[in-house]
Design a protein around this ligand. Structure first.
Ligand code: HEM
Length: 156
């Protein structure tokens, strides 16, 4: 029962977090780049980002806690030594990447340097921001597919 609850919270966290990344990448950022949300693109971006970042931070912590809890309870640390379970490495890799981005990159890079860059070279700054989101979304999508299929018996 406790592992079933951990799994349910794990998946809920993934849905909120990766769903938000997908919305930002495929809907919000293209609209901001086109200027559809107003001429002040930086303001439009910060309005979205400022609210979502706390949801993403909370979700990433829940996913990490429930994930490590399941590994310990199932006794499956050994999977990290078997390449068939590449999706376990992918989960921890994507999680580590987002932990760094949300808790270090966001306050110390995005807040400090991005506004100045976006004011000086808006086209390039938002194109790079969008590209980074596309890469993160592709990595996260592959991980979700691999983890769901893998934890239900798929061994490539
Ligand atoms: C510290 C990071 C993480 C750890 C330790 C972790 C650990 C786990 C474990 C132990 C399972 C159950 C495996 C099994 O039943 O065989 C699992 C399932 C899963 N995880 Fe993670 N995970 C982490 C991050 C992520 C991330 C970042 C994603 C998505 C991008 C993700 C998506 C999933 C999915 C979709 C499942 C399958 C749920 C199901 O269908 O039952 N996890 N995870």
């Amino acid at each position: 029962m406790d592992t079933a609850l951990a799994r349910a919270l794990h998946v809920l966290g993934v849905v909120i977090w990766i769903g938000g990344v997908s919305m930002a990448t495929t809907v919000a950022l293209p609209a901001i780049r086109r200027g559809a949300l107003g001429a002040d693109r930086l303001q439009a971006f910060q309005t979205f980002e400022g609210r979502f970042v706390w949801q993403a931070r909370t979700a990433v912590i829940v996913v990490g806690l429930t994930g490590f809890y399941m590994i310990e309870r199932f006794g499956i640390w050994w999977r990290f030594g078997d390449g068939h379970y590449w999706w376990m490495h992918a989960m921890v890799g994507v999680w580590t990447l987002f932990m760094l981005l949300l808790f270090v990159g966001e306050p110390f890079v995005l807040h400090r340097y991005f506004p100045r860059w976006a004011q000086r070279y808006p086209e390039r700054a938002f194109a790079v921001l969008h590209y980074v989101h596309v890469v993160l979304l592709v990595l996260s999508t592959v991980t979700v597919l691999g983890a769901t299929a893998g934890s239900h018996g798929w061994l490539p």
